[in-house]
Design a protein around this ligand. Structure first.
Ligand code: AP5
Ligand code: MG
Length: 218
């Protein structure tokens, strides 16, 4: 069965953490527009330079930019058996564009799972997040540290862990605002289409992962 899964949630809800686990379990790729944009910035590409200031300010980048990125990525041969979308779509316009892409390529319908976490817990998580810009591994100083013996290097590739440039308190507040105003309305969009499910995103990572898998097989 082709799985096309969209992990929906606020910044810091754990979308990336759970998408990586699901990707390993199901053997299908994670498609994170945030990771793709950060990679473009690291390469110093024209696109990366164009979106840097918006990202650091906690604002969404223009719809047409991410829609084009996703369209190209979904066309790749290694994305034909299914995909785990993380951080896309984030506006109604993006959701409509995704529907068009799916319809024109005959993909199995999207399974949308909302990962629900209160904003105060999100602020706490993002303040302690550490990230590896080479492998996109995501950690937390207390709740999800790299394996003992590997600190301060990354679990996966032994590169130094960084604080994301949009994990400053002012940028976190802007991201939460952008989520409430531009992304949260997507819940109704998917609820009306009968494809929205939800899991509680608080508690141990492995328990949330189990709840997600139960949701997918229900
Ligand atoms: P993006 O990279 O998508 O960031 P985000 O949505 O703000 O989400 P995060 O990556 O911050 O959080 P997450 O839900 O992945 O949580 P994580 O697993 O890391 O986007 C960044 C920017 O790019 C946007 O602001 C925008 O500018 C641009 N952009 C991207 N996509 C776009 C789009 N479609 N349209 C327009 N612009 C776009 O977990 C967070 C922390 O919590 C980690 O430290 C983790 O270890 C920890 N943690 C995870 N689970 C748990 C748990 N159960 N208990 C305790 N700690 C946990
Ligand atoms: Mg993420």
């Amino acid at each position: 069965m082709q799985h096309n899964i969209y992990l929906f949630g606020a910044p810091g809800a754990g979308k990336g953490t759970q998408a990586q686990l699901l990707s390993e379990k199901l053997g299908i790729p994670q498609l994170s527009t945030g990771d793709m944009l950060r990679a473009a910035r690291k390469e110093g590409s024209e696109l990366g330079n164009r979106v840097a200031a918006l990202m650091d300010a906690g604002q969404l980048v223009p719809d047409e930019v991410v829609i084009e990125l996703v369209k190209q990525r979904l066309a790749r041969p290694d994305h034909q058996a299914g995909v785990i979308l993380d951080g896309f779509p984030r506006t109604i316009k993006q959701a409509e564009a995704l529907d068009t892409m799916f319809a024109s390529t005959g993909r199995a319908p999207l399974q949308v799972i909302s990962v629900e976490v209160p904003f105060d817990e999100i602020r706490r998580r993002l303040a302690g997040r550490r990230w590896c810009s080479r492998c996109n591994g995501t950690f937390h100083v207390t709740d999800n540290p790299p394996r003992p013996g590997h600190v301060p290097g990354c679990d996966v590739s032994s590169c130094p862990l960084e604080v994301r440039t949009d994990d400053r308190p002012e940028a976190i507040e802007k991201r939460l605002q952008a989520y409430s105003q531009q992304t949260a309305p997507l819940m109704d969009y998917y609820r009306q289409r009968g494809v929205l499910r939800a899991v509680q995103g608080t508690g141990p990572i492995q328990e949330i992962f189990a709840a997600l898998q139960a949701c997918l097989s229900a």
